[in-house]
Design a protein around this ligand. Structure first.
Ligand code: FE
Length: 207
């Protein structure tokens, strides 16, 4: 089924929304002028939306949870450690991994625009690009987190990381309780996109 960022598109909505029409019109002009190949565009979109999505990031987190040497390497030089797993590409050149601990929670924003580690997390969600999130994540991070359903204990510090073209961030969430016996593949299933931005927590394993 066709889907948008907000969920599946109903079978009744055959008319594209205004932004979709604008994108379509732009694409049409670029193709007509011979500036882009439609197939190349499709391939890029498919790669970031479906094949990559946030699953690469989830595998990085799962490995960090399971392999202390990898975790140390990741925290020391994330770009290098992540490139070692083959996750390279646009907007993924300079990455820092920040680890949540019992004392500190990390959250990522791009106050200027929407810088985001594409090769790890795919295309940023709409709210990440919104003026509201970009302003409020810095000004009142605890309140923003609470609105995402993340309520932190009073004593826990919040660190806000501002992404730029020079440096992007991935949050390594705390490994959920009850996940001890799981292998990396099962652990990766628990890692949500939002938990790697810092606006969510990983899922807890089903018992
Ligand atoms: Fe940006």
């Amino acid at each position: 089924m066709e889907s948008s960022e907000n969920g599946p598109v109903s079978a009744h909505s055959h008319l594209p929304t205004d932004p979709e029409l604008r994108v379509k019109a732009l694409e049409e002009v670029l193709v007509r002028k011979g500036l882009v190949e439609p197939a190349a565009l499709d391939a890029i979109i498919d790669m970031y939306q479906n094949r990559i999505g946030p699953r690469n990031g989830a595998r990085v987190v799962a490995r960090a949870w399971s392999d202390p040497d990898f975790r140390n390497a990741l925290l020391a030089d994330a770009s290098d450690a992540i490139a070692g797993m083959g996750y390279v590409g646009r907007q993924g050149e300079h990455i820092t991994a920040v680890e949540n601990t019992p004392d500190t929670h990390n959250i990522v924003v791009c106050t200027l625009c929407s810088c985001y580690p594409w090769p790890l997390l795919g295309i940023p969600p709409g709210w990440y690009k919104s003026d509201e999130y970009r302003a409020r994540a810095v000004r009142e991070p605890r309140k923003v987190l609470a609105e995402f359903g993340v309520t932190l204990p009073k004593g826990k510090a919040v660190r806000v990381w501002d992404s730029t073209a020079e440096m992007r961030y991935i949050v390594i969430p705390e490994r959920p309780p009850g996940s001890m016996g799981l292998d990396q593949e099962a652990l990766a299933e628990l890692v949500t996109r939002d938990s790697m931005i810092g606006t969510g927590m990983p899922m807890e394993p089903q018992r």
